[in-house]
Design a binder for this molecule. Structure first.
Ligand code: ADP
Ligand code: MG
Length: 274
């Protein structure tokens, strides 16, 4: 996982390659590039971000409800968020977690080695047996639980930010610095809720059983502290649980997935409080 420093000549080649890719796709913030040696890589560049009225509203609501989960995680200084991402990748790699290898980085770009296809594609690929896909999903779930067991978190573990190839599962997209506003336990609870939501978002129409199996596999391996805190969080929102029964037909896939995942979290037993 450790990346060797590149020779100066290679770095110059890469800087040229990066400049060309940026000029070709000025509107993209993550773009695929081909390295001189033929390998595939992904270039991340900052996009200007600004705090808009929704972010102010989120901040205001978070204060009003005393709920830090509502605080916006938008990084106003986009360059800083890429530096933060590189820092988090290095930290997780040091701890032995599967993250993309950093090939090189500049003042405002980050070049990562390709680590596979998004789990959203792989887990729905009918050319692989369902059993194979369930096993892959279970390894993603236990990887997230393992991060939590080690006191770490992902930040936004949606299935599209998990990459799969034949050999392994890799986590990507660490731009959001959720640890800036939340305690480690809150970050892990947020991870659990986002992961549950993503499972139902991806599978609730086509294969809801996959969503249940994915969440159950996470739950079996997650630390008791995170399970208890997640259960508390879900129970604190139980007044909202039947909203979709009345408003379901007006809600989109994202909102429906929130309710489906909350309902399933609700049925999972918390662990024994110690
Ligand atoms: N190292 C990588 N290997 C393979 N695919 C990647 C890699 N990095 C990014 N991608 C692809 O690009 C998408 C966007 O990258 P991501 O890091 O999530 O940035 P963002 O969502 O902020 O644009 C990912 O969902 C994935 O499909
Ligand atoms: Mg992403």
């Amino acid at each position: 996982m450790k990346s060797r420093p590149l020779p100066a000549d290679d770095l110059i080649d890469l800087a040229v390659l990066v400049a060309e890719a940026r000029a070709e796709y000025p509107h993209l913030r993550t773009l695929p590039v081909q390295l001189p040696d033929g390998r595939r890589a992904w270039l991340k560049v900052p996009q200007p971000a600004s705090v808009n009225c929704w972010h102010w509203l989120q901040t205001w609501l978070a204060r009003l409800c005393d709920n830090p989960f509502l605080l916006p995680t938008v990084a106003v200084q986009a360059g800083e968020s890429l530096k933060g991402e590189a820092r988090r990748i290095r930290k997780l790699a040091k701890l032995g977690f599967p993250v993309p290898r950093i090939i090189a980085e500049g003042a405002d770009w980050l070049l990562l080695l390709d680590s596979g296809s998004p789990a959203t594609t792989v887990l729905r690929d009918q050319s692989h047996s369902r059993n194979h896909r369930v096993i892959q999903l279970q390894s993603i779930s236990t990887l997230l639980a393992k991060m939590h067991q080690c006191g770490c978190w992902h930040g936004r573990p949606a299935l599209k930010d998990v990459l799969c190839n034949e050999a392994e599962v890799t986590l990507c997209d660490f731009e959001e610095d959720v640890g800036a506003n939340l305690t480690p336990l809150q970050c892990q609870v947020r991870d659990a809720l986002i992961y549950g939501h993503s499972l139902f978002r991806v599978f609730h129409r086509t294969d809801p059983e996959m969503a249940l199996q994915g969440l159950n596999a996470y739950w079996q391996a997650a630390p008791p502290s995170v399970k208890n805190a997640t259960t508390d969080k879900v129970q604190s929102m139980d007044a909202l649980l039947s909203v979709d029964v009345f408003l379901g037909r007006y809600l989109g896939g994202d909102a429906l997935a929130i309710f489906s995942s909350m309902r399933h979290f609700y049925t999972l037993s918390p662990s024994v409080v110690v």
